[in-house]
Design a protein around this ligand. Structure first.
Ligand code: SAM
Length: 197
């Protein structure tokens, strides 16, 4: 092969490798991206508020706690570590699920937690006894019919910052948020499947 032909072959080879690498990068980016944009951005609940949430909802060893939009998993991890509960981390963002799993493994509690990368509106909540939320006023309202329909009577729903429209909370607790005073709202699903104060 002449020198010029060798150079041409090398150049073609280099282009092929770069194109393949681009394809791999695109595939990886797609695999890591949420299936659709999250409805609210990630913002963690301060750890001291998490502890308060678990106390207000009286989370115990018999509970199965679902955090809908679990971020880095801190609420579920704390429920397992501090209260002996089991838990389910649900987030639409794969990055958040990876963080949750890594944090739970680091904390030595991963075997008591299920990790679901999915839209919280698709989550099967039938075995939940506690549901925690830090979403938005609109999302809470959109979620209300599902909570009412599928949660067992006695299940506690606790929301950081946002209320549930005209669902009357049984407890409102003032807490210190990351940037000022905030509220925790607690409801319990009643036997008639409505939330009761
Ligand atoms: C404000 S953060 C709360 C994180 C965590 N619960 C906490 O209190 O530290 C909201 C989380 O909800 C997730 N999220 C937003 N829309 C969602 C959806 N439709 N389904 C599942 N997760 C969603 C976001 O990715 C984000 O991690």
């Amino acid at each position: 092969m002449q020198t010029s032909q060798r150079w041409l072959a090398l150049l073609v080879g280099a282009f092929a490798i770069a194109a393949a690498a681009g394809g791999v990068e695109r595939a990886l980016a797609q695999a890591q991206a949420p299936t659709r944009a999250p409805d609210v951005h990630y913002q963690p609940t301060p750890h001291r508020v998490v502890t308060e949430m678990l106390k207000v909802a009286q989370v115990g060893a018999n509970d199965v706690l679902y955090d809908l939009g679990c971020g880095d998993g801190r609420i579920v991890i704390a429920a397992v570590k501090q209260r002996g509960a089991r838990g389910v981390c649900v987030d639409i963002d794969p990055q958040r699920i990876r963080e949750s799993r890594a944090n739970a493994e680091r904390a030595g509690v991963a075997e008591r937690i299920a990790f679901l990368e999915q839209d919280l509106f698709e989550t099967d909540l039938r075995d939940a006894t506690v549901v925690t939320l830090f979403l938005s006023p609109d999302l809470n309202l959109k979620l209300r019919p599902k909570l009412q329909r599928v949660l067992k009577p006695g299940t506690r729903v606790i929301s950081y910052v946002h209320s549930m429209g005209d669902w009357k909370p049984q407890t409102v607790k003032r807490v210190k948020g990351a940037s000022g005073p905030r509220k925790l709202y607690l409801w319990t699903i009643a036997a008639d499947r409505g939330a009761r104060p």
